[in-house]
Ligand binder design. Sequence first.
Ligand code: NAG
Ligand code: NAG
Ligand code: NAG
Ligand code: NAG
Length: 406
Amino acid sequence: TKPSLETTHYVKTHFKNLGLETHTVPFKTLLSYPLRASVSLHFDNGTVINLPLNEIGISSYAPSGLVQPYHAYSPSGTTQGDAVFVNNGTEDDYRALEVMGVNVSGCIVIVKKGGSLSRGAAVQIAEKKGALGVLMYAEGDVSRGSFGFGVERGTVMRGVGDPLTPGWAGVEDGERLELEDNKILDRFPGIPSLPLPFESAQVILESLGGPEAPQKWRDSSRSKLSRVGPGQVMVNFTYQGEKKLATIHDVFAVIRGSVERDRYVLLGNHRDAWTYGAVDPNSGTAALLDIARRYALLMRKGWNPRRTIIFCSWDAEEFGMIGSTEWVEQNLVNLGAKAVAYLNVDCAVQGPGFFAGATPQLDDLIFEVTKKVKDPDSDVATIYDKWTTMNRISYVRRHGVHLSKC
Ligand SMILES: *[C@@H]1O[C@H](CO)[C@@H](O)[C@H](O)[C@H]1NC(C)=O
Ligand SMILES: *[C@@H]1O[C@H](CO)[C@@H](O)[C@H](O)[C@H]1NC(C)=O
Ligand SMILES: *[C@@H]1O[C@H](CO)[C@@H](O)[C@H](O)[C@H]1NC(C)=O
Ligand SMILES: *[C@@H]1O[C@H](CO)[C@@H](O)[C@H](O)[C@H]1NC(C)=O
C-alpha cells in the first residue's frame, strides 16, 4: 500500500541521513486483501440483524481509512449455519462440547481469541471438526492497556514465508508455484473466517440457545455468556477476498565490524502494520532507529563495533513473516556461516508499566538492567522499583493478600 511504501522511504532515509551503508531488497510475494464481508443473524422469530464488522460506530475512537477487519488468506465464501460458542477453540474445548452433546459439524463457530492457540491453528481445528466458518473475537487484555475497542486483523496462513516460493526467495521474475498447486493450498484454511468486534460477538453470544456454558468458560470470559448453542439464531456469513502478487521491501543498514567483519549481529523489526501500527511494530521500530542513531553518533567519535552489525527492517511480517523469511532464504549459506545472533523487537512499548518474559536464565540480567534504568515517569525511581511495586499491587488485587517481601 502507499502508506507502507512511505514507511520504507522513511526508514531508508533515516539510515542514510545517519551516514550508514543502506540498501533495500524487494521481493514479489503473494499477499491477501479483503473485498467485502457481511455477517447477519437470523433469529427463529424472523428478525434479521446485520452485525457491524469494523470499529466504526462501535467506539468514539473509531478511526477511518483503515483496511476492513479480515483474516489474510481466508478463502472466499458464503456459509450459513447455527452458531456455536467454542471458547478458546482448543481440542479440549471441543471435547467439553461433545460431552454436552454439541457437535459443531455444519455450524459456524465463535472463537474467543487469546491464549496459546494461533489464529491459523484455531481455524484448522474448527475445520477438522466440520465447522463451516469461524468468527473470532478478542476480549482485550486490560492489564496491558487494551480494552477491546479494536478488531484484530491477522493471518490464518500456516507456516512462514511467501506461499508461492516455499524454501527459496521470491524474487521478481524468479520461479514460483502456481496458485492452484496442492503444496500452496495446504497452507490455507479450507473454511472462511473473520474477526468480529467484541460488541458484535456479544450480540451472537447473548442470543444462543442450547446447553448451558460450563462455569469455567463463563468465569474466564468478559462476555455475557449463558448458553453455547446451537439454537435460536442462525448466522449467514460472507467473505470475499483476493490474493495477489505484490512487491514488498526489506530495508537494511550495515556497520562493518573492525575486527570480525565476517561475524554478523543482526538487529531487526518488521515495519508493516495492519492499521496505524503505533505499538506493533512502530514502538519497536522507534527503538531500532534510535539504536542506529546512537551507534552513528559513537562512530563519529571514532568507535567501531568489533563485529558487523546489520539493522533489518522487514516487510510483510503480518502476513506470515514473509519479508524476513524471503531474505533468509536468499542468503541462507552466507547467514549460516556468518550470523552470530539475531535480536528482534516487535511491540516494545505497550500500555503502562514494565513487563518482561524470558527464559529463566535471563532473570538476573533483566533485574540488573532494570536497576540501572531510570523510570521516565519519576525523578527518583528506577524501572526495577516501578516494576516490583506494580507486581505487588497486581498480586494483592489477584489474591487479596499482602506480601511483606518481593
Ligand atoms: C426476536 O428475537 C430477538 C432475539 O431474542 C429479539 O431481539 C427481537 O426483539 C425479537 N423480535 C421479535 C419481532 O419478537
Ligand atoms: C458430528 O456430526 C457429523 C455429521 O453429522 C458426523 O459425521 C460426526 O461423526 C459427528 N461427530 C461426533 C463426535 O459425533
Ligand atoms: C481458555 O479458557 C479457559 C476457560 O475454560 C481459561 O481459563 C483459559 O485461560 C483459556 N486458555 C487459554 C490458553 O487461553
Ligand atoms: C446470506 O448473505 C448473502 C450475502 O449477504 C446473501 O446473498 C444471501 O441471500 C443470504 N442468505 C440468506 C438465507 O439470508
